[in-house]
Design a binder for this molecule. Structure first.
Ligand code: URA
Length: 444
């Protein structure tokens, strides 16, 4: 078998067999197949498509590229959540402490920034000292001691996703349902979960901008998750405007801490509580998701969830004091405020999440090439969301950047991302629909 023949076959629109896909995934993970051939395969697949069978095989091969965790008798309470990627999506840092403090076990494997979207790993690493590259024995130990660990794909766990994720990010091969499915589910299956809750984003800030495509992504994820025996539930959620107010790594950690105190963006908190409720019910610790959501709410109002976040941070070598008091983290950037022009009033009808993400990434919050370092402090804090009233000169955003020219250009781009109108509009619903193995149940 040779890589060139397999790439040609996919280029010509043919299906690949298990052994051909295995040759590529195994070859790439062991560095026999170079980046340029894998890039050609990624693009040919995206242009020509992959069948459901190929998607299942790809998921399995990526899963088996590394070790699979096994929690034995405990595994019924091992549940996780994963998002398909959004802008300002800091839900994982809010939900893991909430659900963990309620007794659910979560060996959470997250990703880095991908395309225009942010990644939980980059956000966590904005916490001074925190490590995300734990060994297998450290993972088991932390699950036993605390119940939650927040890590990335490593050389030992789903190494194929670790490598392919970085390559997809810089070869425009992110927004393709089979790759997203195999990437997410290989990581989640490697965690040895019994249940998974997916936050499938739909809208301009998501990989799937079109609602039919987002539904298709949710259906593929649920189908493949259930195929591997993992109970899989998907919530379809709106990603037209950024989620919450902060876009950027440390800025999102700060926002998560606010939410864990019951403050900050209520949309972000409510979504985190809804997803937490689903997880608590899947773990058998509540009769249904709404009872689970009430348990999650109590974890926030009692302060238990915030304390638990500090414990996770401390267990992974981070400084827990910055969780209880975020102002202790050294700051080297002063924010610049963007104000509305003086002749404007009305209501915010739209904030383009994609445009805002591009500005944040250019400021340094994301990567433009594989080896880029992210700037943990860079990003944007929005002061308004869709439906809010505006008055002349109102501050609409704060920019955290290091380059004066870039900050000037960013101010204009942020203003351009806002649409205003004279008449008020209703705040859009965040949760659009819910999918289980039994089908869709409309939320609206
Ligand atoms: N999250 C992942 O882990 N992988 C993707 O491809 C998209 C979102």
């Amino acid at each position: 078998m040779d890589a060139l023949a397999i790439i040609k076959k996919k280029r010509d629109g043919q299906r690949l067999s298990r052994s051909e896909l295995s040759f590529l995934i195994e070859g790439y993970t062991t560095k026999r197949i170079p980046d340029y051939q894998m890039s050609a395969f990624l693009m040919a697949s995206q242009l020509r498509g992959m069948s459901p069978e190929e998607t299942i095989v790809l998921t399995e091969l990526m899963l088996k590229s590394g070790r699979v965790l096994d929690f034995g008798a405990e595994s019924l309470r091992v549940i996780d959540k994963h998002s398909t990627g959004g802008v300002g999506d800091s839900v994982s840092m809010i939900l893991a402490p909430i659900v963990g403090s309620c007794g659910v076990r979560i060996p959470m494997i997250s990703g880095r920034a991908l395309g225009h979207t942010g990644g939980t790993l980059d956000k966590l690493e904005a916490i001074p000292g925190l490590r995300t590259n734990l060994s297998i024995s450290e993972i088991y130990q932390q699950i036993q001691d605390l119940g939650v660990v927040m890590i990335g794909a490593t050389q030992e766990i789903t190494p194929a996703d670790r490598l392919l994720y970085a390559l997809r990010d810089v070869t425009a091969s992110v927004d393709f349902i089979p790759f997203i499915t195999a990437s997410i589910l290989s990581k989640k299956l490697a965690e040895g979960l019994s249940g998974l809750v997916l936050d499938v984003k739909s809208g301009r800030g998501a990989f799937m901008t079109d609602s039919d495509q987002s539904r298709k992504l949710a259906e593929t994820l649920v189908m493949v998750g259930e195929y591997f025996g993992m109970t899989t539930i998907a919530l379809l959620t709106n990603m037209d405007q950024p989620l919450g107010r902060a876009i950027g790594n440390w800025l999102e950690v700060e926002e998560s801490i606010e939410c864990l105190k019951g403050q900050g963006s209520q949309e972000l908190l409510e979504l985190s509580l809804t997803l937490s409720g689903e997880m608590i019910a899947l773990a058998g610790l509540a009769d249904d998701p709404s009872e689970g959501m009430q348990i999650a709410r109590d974890a926030v109002s009692s302060g238990r969830a915030l304390d638990f976040f500090a414990k996770i941070v401390s267990a992974q070598g981070g400084d827990p004091k910055v969780i209880t008091n975020p102002t202790l983290r050294m700051r080297s950037i002063e924010p610049v405020t963007v104000n509305l022009p003086l002749d404007i009033h009305g209501f915010v009808t739209d904030i383009d999440a994609y445009q805002i993400a591009e500005v944040a990434n250019n400021l340094g919050a994301g990567r433009l090439v594989i080896d880029d370092e992210v700037d943990h402090e860079a990003g944007i804090v929005l002061h308004l969301s869709v439906g809010d009233r505006v008055t002349p000169g109102l501050p609409i955003a704060s920019i955290f950047g290091r380059n004066a020219d870039l900050i000037d250009a960013s101010s204009q781009k942020i203003l351009d991302a806002f649409q205003l109108s004279e008449s008020p509009i209703k705040k859009p619903d965040l949760i659009i629909d819910r999918l289980t193995s039994k089908g869709w149940t409309s939320e609206s």
